[in-house]
Ligand binder design. Structure first.
Ligand SMILES: Nc1nc(=O)c2c([nH]1)NC[C@@H]1CN(c3ccc(C(=O)N[C@@H](CCC(=O)O)C(=O)O)cc3)CN21
Ligand SMILES: CC(C)C(=O)C(=O)O
Ligand SMILES: [Mg+2]
Length: 280
């Protein structure tokens, strides 16, 4: 299994890091088999599989369920799990209890936490306790209420400079990698160059040390809005829709199930009990 050292070496070797989210066993298995370097059990699960319109309602129990499932699907892949909203903003012993469950019970390797300021203290304390932590700056979806929507961050000179300071502080706090979300590519390029730790971008252009996308966006398993930074490599939603319509049509018309889908008993028993085999 890869480890935090592998990702640092990939950056040093200019070997791009491919990260993808997964929330269940088959997706994690597919991601691992496709060769992703690490899996993110993201709290985007709340939006893409739980039907919420933000990541705010996602709980630790949800993340544990998704993490355990991903772990079973990809037993040999490095997994990082998002700490959900308000599990790292207050009492540190609560944060420790959450991280303990994720690492010991669900068996993931690391956690990701969003934001700056007090978040850096949390990164420091977790790292000191032996927990690999991934930082997340730029558009931090758990702060959607404060940011006033999902908007590109770091566009002005002042905002860009602040983000640079935060990225440096994230590295100093001991984070092993940084996710940069929805920032101008020039700023992401600059931050990737000045940091030693790998910078993994989403909506941050082509110059970061790695990329992350949401599994459902990559395979086109979403209905509706697709962010500008997403590249859809398939349209699984339309395939699924066709399959489901075909099933309903076949049931309604009587063309499913066919004989090949049915179970039978001995001809002799059938004749004795029911007087022969039905015509179909
Ligand atoms: N399916 C999915 N994909 C994601 O990448 C994702 C989630 N869900 N949920 C959690 C967060 C939220 N994310 C989002 C959601 C919306 C935008 C968005 O509306 N972006 C605008 C930019 C608007 C601007 O120009 O400021 C866009 O047009 O892409 C961006 C990131 C990224 N994450
Ligand atoms: C979009 C990525 C970085 C994330 O945090 C998530 O999927 O929850
Ligand atoms: Mg997230």
């Amino acid at each position: 299994m890869k480890n935090v050292g592998s990702f640092l070496k990939m950056k040093q070797d200019s070997d791009p890091i491919a990260m993808m989210t997964a929330y269940d066993a088959p997706a994690a298995k597919a991601a691992a088999e496709a060769g992703v370097d690490l899996i993110l059990v993201g709290d985007s699960a709340g939006m893409v599989v739980q039907g919420y319109d933000s990541t705010i309602p996602v709980t630790l129990e949800d993340m544990l369920l998704h993490s355990r499932a991903a772990r079973r699907g990809a037993p040999d892949t490095f997994i990082v799990t998002d700490l959900p909203f308000l599990t790292y903003a207050g009492d540190f012993s609560e944060t420790l209890a959450a991280v303990k469950k994720l690492l010991q019970d669900a068996g993931v390797q690391a956690v990701k936490i969003e934001g700056s300021g007090e978040t850096f203290t949390v990164i420091e304390r977790l790292t000191a306790a032996g927990v690999p932590v991934m930082a997340h700056l730029g558009l931090t979806p758990q702060s959607v209420g404060v940011l006033g929507g999902y908007k590109v961050q770091g566009k002005t000179e002042q905002a860009a400079n602040q983000l640079i300071d935060e990225a440096i502080e994230a590295e100093k706090s001991g984070a092993f990698a940084l996710v940069l979300e929805c920032v101008p590519w020039q700023l992401a390029d600059h931050i990737s160059n000045i940091l030693t730790i790998p910078v993994i971008g989403i909506g941050a252009g082509h110059k970061t040390d790695g990329q992350v996308l949401v599994y459902h966006d990559v395979v086109g398993y979403t209905d509706g809005f697709v962010p500008k930074f997403v590249k859809q490599y398939a349209n699984v939603q339309s395939v699924i829709k066709k399959a489901l319509e075909g099933y309903v049509e076949d049931v309604k018309s009587g063309s499913f199930p066919e004989e090949s889908h049915a179970f039978t008993m001995d001809e002799e028993t059938a004749v004795k009990l029911y007087g022969g085999t039905p015509a179909k």
